[in-house]
Ligand binder design. Structure first.
Ligand code: NAD
Length: 250
């Protein structure tokens, strides 16, 4: 029970990695606020988790909604010990084909959401003298992935912001880290493959890109986030924990 009675807020909790985090964190004793733009998906996560989870429809890129999410955790659950800024969207173009509005949308959902989560959660964590933030970045923030211009830029920004916020609040007991998954077998990948002619070949190419020859699982990313969120990582801040089947080591 590594998160016994801790309060954890998780964005993008209605699917994939965020849902796996919600399930694992609750199993480890946390009270979970599962937030997602898709309110019904968040409700489904809460139903799967059970009594230790409440759902909330939140657009993680909108200041008033993020503020309300954090206030609800503190108001109804008493505190906020863990924030997982996990909501994110993808992109599939190179820099030439990327439309400015699409660039802005990806940066807004993937980066502004992390900024906003930190902005509104950190003051409570400082007051408590303790808190852990886990951002979901990606190996795409570390290597150049073809046709992912805005996505790579956004995840690089998440890695940089993680380090920066960690430094500002290291003396106040707030730890800030990120996970950097390689390709993970979530509904995200299903959507990616949906538009492809030869799905099996495209999936095999994604698997081959990672030296272990397989995709990661949402549960594996959730386990890494649990480590960073828990006291096991008490000496860890500002770091990027890579889970990519060896992709970036190759
Ligand atoms: N799946 C992968 O291969 C992979 C790899 C590396 C990093 N990631 C990152 O992991 C995170 C989760 O991805 P996933 O694979 O679980 O994808 P997913 O699509 O299964 O889940 C993402 C969830 O985020 C929600 N969401 C989207 N925009 C939102 C917003 N503005 N506010 C609140 N919620 C919003 C969606 O409704 C969805 O439920 C993302 O940040 C993604 O970039 C995924």
């Amino acid at each position: 029970m590594r998160l016994q009675d801790r309060v954890a807020v998780i964005t993008g909790a209605g699917s994939g990695i965020g849902r796996a985090m919600s399930i694992l964190f609750a199993r480890e004793g946390a009270l979970v606020l599962a937030a997602d733009l898709d309110g019904a998906a968040a409700e489904e996560t809460a139903a799967q988790v059970g009594a230790r989870c409440v759902a909330m429809r939140v657009d993680a890129s909108q200041p008033e909604e993020v503020r309300a999410m954090i206030e609800r955790a503190v108001g109804e659950m008493g505190r906020i010990d863990v924030l997982c800024n996990n909501a994110g969207i993808g992109s599939t173009t190179d820099v030439v084909d990327c439309e400015p509005d699409d660039w802005d949308r990806v940066m807004t959902v993937n980066v502004r959401s992390v900024f906003l989560g930190c902005k509104y959660a950190v003051p409570h964590m400082v007051r408590q003298g303790r808190g852990a933030i886990v951002n979901t970045a990606s190996v795409a923030g570390m290597v150049g992935v073809p046709k992912r211009a805005s996505y790579c830029a956004s995840k690089g920004a998440v890695i940089a912001l993680t380090r920066q916020v960690a430094m500002d609040f290291v003396k106040q007991g707030v730890r800030v880290n990120c996970v950097c998954p390689g390709t993970v077998d979530s509904p995200w990948v299903e959507r990616l493959l949906a538009g492809v002619d030869d799905r099996a070949a495209a999936r095999a190419a994604l698997e081959a890109r990672q030296p272990m020859g397989r995709l990661g699982t949402p549960e594996e990313v959730a386990a890494a986030a649990l480590y960073l969120a828990s006291d096991d990582a008490a000496f860890v801040t500002g770091t990027s924990l890579v889970l990519d089947g060896g992709w970036t080591a190759a």
